[in-house]
Design a protein around this ligand. Structure first.
Ligand SMILES: *Cc1c(COP(=O)(O)O)cnc(C)c1O
Length: 392
């Protein structure tokens, strides 16, 4: 029996090593990693640039706390603000903390404007924002809430991709709108362009802040540094994590100067937030993703993955219903339990992730090669041919 708390339905394999887009188990079996640690391993496993950045920083300074200025943290913040709409960054250690920081930032902004009664945040059906008590309160999915009620009554939920519903849900107590540009855990549903643009317009009209949860969509995943660039919608605040550290834990809340104006000394903090090791690795991730040609290559690879998925859908309409998503963030809706299909694909040497009840997510490292995409297709086809519907 494991000494770990029983919070995950883990597959019965030990992952002992990773290299590039490949994972290896205790028996030396290889798996093409189209999960990338749930959109985390941006540059795959063991990228020499990240290993070097970590080793170099390990010799310099591990931790000193936010009682002082830390050059590694200042450097990463500047890289992030230079590359985005944002002027200010708060560093955390995870996605949920980045979302929490975003919510706190929005509430302080309303408070500083003399409107403390505006504290509620509008969220959407099937959203996912993390597992802390506040972020599960922002998530209307039963599976994350069950057993944890009563939750924090500061969120209003309205259907995703329904702009009229969102307009109706705004009240004199609304402070901000929090939304994923592409719902990750909820089933890989992209926001329609009109929906995101409409939310921006609602925020402008009602003096609300637009918070985008880019924890999963960020850091090149969609073929753009952030998904809001793909949509051409300007946020006030974004939450970032997963891909930022390429496997080293870090989260960040990015905001405009105005949106961050309520966050004064003492208003928020995190002991580990902006840890020098995390910042050094994240800086190396950003350098790679922002290097000339990198995101163009991601978009080219994404087109190959898209073509692969279209062929798979045509050949195996018995198993696959449709594909959706952007860039290297793709979902395959299946005519079966997503968990069963993920386990089946793993038996054929491909790692994927379930999203919701019937969507299988493909989130490969952004560095996946053309050859590896071809190998993925071969393995997915073999798996699809061997699929026997359990219900039949
Ligand atoms: C994963 C995820 C989170 C939570 O991130 P953690 O690092 O697990 O806390 C929040 N929002 C979105 C959109 C995510 O995909």
């Amino acid at each position: 029996m494991s000494a770990l708390m029983n919070t995950y339905a883990r597959a019965n394999i030990d992952i002992v090593r990773g290299e590039g887009c490949w994972l290896y188990d205790q028996d030396g079996r290889d798996y093409l990693d189209l999960a990338a640690g749930v959109a985390v391993n941006t540059l795959g496993h063991g990228d020499p640039r990240l290993v070097q950045a970590l080793k170099t920083q390990a010799d310099i300074l591990w931790h000193a706390s936010n009682l002082y200025r830390l050059p590694a943290q200042e450097a990463l913040a500047t890289k992030l603000t230079d590359a985005t709409f944002a002027d200010r960054v708060f560093f955390a250690n995870s996605g949920a903390e980045a979302v929490e920081a975003a919510i706190k930032t929005a509430r302080r902004w309303q408070g500083a404007k003399g409107r403390p009664e505006r504290y509620r945040v509008l969220t959407f059906g099937n959203a996912f924002h993390g597992r802390t008590l506040a972020t599960i309160s922002a998530t209307d999915q039963m599976k994350v809430r069950e057993g944890f009620t009563p939750l924090y009554d500061a969120f209003d939920t309205t259907p995703f991709n329904d702009i009229e519903g969102a307009a109706r849900a705004i009240t004199p107590q609304t402070a901000a709108i929090l939304v994923e540009p592409i719902q990750g855990e909820g089933g890989l549903t992209p926001a329609t362009p009109g929906f995101l643009a409409g939310l921006r317009a609602l925020c402008d009209q009602h003096d609300l802040l637009l918070i985008l949860d880019e924890v999963q969509t960020g850091i090149g995943r969609t073929g753009h540094l952030f998904a809001h660039e793909l949509y051409g919608v300007r946020p006030d605040i974004i939450a970032v994590a997963k891909g930022l550290g390429g496997g080293f834990p870090i989260g960040a809340c990015l905001a405009t100067e105005d949106a961050a104006s309520g966050m004064t000394p003492g208003s928020h903090g995190s002991t580990y937030g902006g840890n020098p090791l995390a910042c050094a690795v994240a800086s190396a991730v950003l350098d790679a993703v922002l290097a000339p040609g990198f995101l163009e290559t991601v978009r080219e690879r994404a087109a190959l993955v898209d073509a692969l998925l279209q062929r798979l859908l045509r050949r195996h309409s018995d198993l696959f219903v449709r594909a959706q998503g952007h860039g290297l963030m793709r979902g395959l809706q299946v005519r079966a339990s997503a968990r069963d299909v993920v386990a089946h694909l793993r038996d054929f040497g491909v790692m994927t992730v379930a999203a919701g009840a019937d969507v299988v997510r493909l989130l490969p490292p952004l560095t996946i090669s053309e050859l590896e995409i071809a190998e993925a297709e071969a393995r997915l086809l073999r798996a699809a041919e061997a699929w026997l519907p359990i219900a039949a």
